[in-house]
Design a protein around this ligand. Structure first.
Ligand SMILES: O=C(CO)[C@H](O)[C@H](O)COP(=O)(O)O
Length: 231
């Protein structure tokens, strides 16, 4: 799994702290990215120590890691309810709105995270911001990339087709689609932008997660801080 910016020790603290919330019998959403990976590894250790859980993967990468560390898996299509989901984020605002999709997994992540009774975000301090201002990943049907690009510009966004790092051509998601990274500057009303993006024909899912996170666990050099949506 890729390890982008931010301290890995801080990510590990956040991931392990969140994994501690999981209890016997839970169905657990397994997020994607380097921070969520720490939670998956901690859950693998807990399973080895006797914890009885089943995981729901949000990507090929989280599924493969869960298999490697021994977390039993169940298909997303077979579950109706998830007890707790642990997932990373590219940016977290003061009111716990998120930008996700740095790993192009936000479509499945949103299904899993939204289905969870408790959605726990794990992050390092580099992800915190008062307002969201990073580019918003938008997964699009391949044949809709041109029309969605134009519609994004009409929303005052600047879309860029995400290119693959180690292959010529674009990133293709786990669902066989493409990703437009869309720059909107500072996003003062994430809920309104989320609605605008969701209603564009050809958009499969966007990376704005508004009113979904229940809490965020941020790892620091000397511990973990927790912020809750209801505080
Ligand atoms: O949304 C995601 C993948 O689609 C990741 O959770 C997000 O990119 C954060 O990744 P990392 O923990 O590696 O910084």
């Amino acid at each position: 799994m890729k390890t982008p910016g931010g301290s890995d020790a801080a990510k590990r603290r956040a991931g392990e702290h969140a994994a501690d919330l999981v209890t016997d019998g839970d169905t657990v959403g397994l997020g994607t990215g380097s921070t969520a990976a720490h939670a998956i590894r901690a859950l693998g250790q807990a399973v080895e120590d006797g914890l009885d859980i089943r995981g729901v993967a949000t990507s090929y990468a989280s599924r493969d890691l869960a298999r490697e560390v021994g977390v039993p898996l169940v298909d997303l299509g077979a579950v109706e309810r998830i007890d707790v989901a642990i997932d990373g984020a590219d940016q977290v605002s003061d009111d716990l709105a998120l930008i996700k999709g740095g790993g192009a997994a936000h479509a499945r992540e949103k299904v899993v995270d939204a289905a969870a009774e408790r959605f726990v975000v794990v992050a390092d301090p580099s992800k915190e911001a008062s307002l969201l201002d990073r580019s918003v990943p938008v997964e699009v049907l391949p044949d809709a990339r041109g029309t969605v690009r134009r519609a994004i510009r009409e929303l005052d966004g600047t879309p860029t087709l995400r290119a693959a790092e180690r292959k010529d051509g674009p990133v293709v998601t786990d669902n066989g689609n493409l990703v437009l990274d869309c720059e909107f500057g500072a996003i003062s009303d994430p809920a309104a932008l989320a609605t605008d993006l969701a209603t564009l024909p050809g958009v499969v899912e966007h990376g704005l997660f508004v009113d979904l996170a229940d809490e965020v666990h941020v790892g620091h050099a000397d511990g973990v801080t927790v912020r809750r949506a209801d505080e």
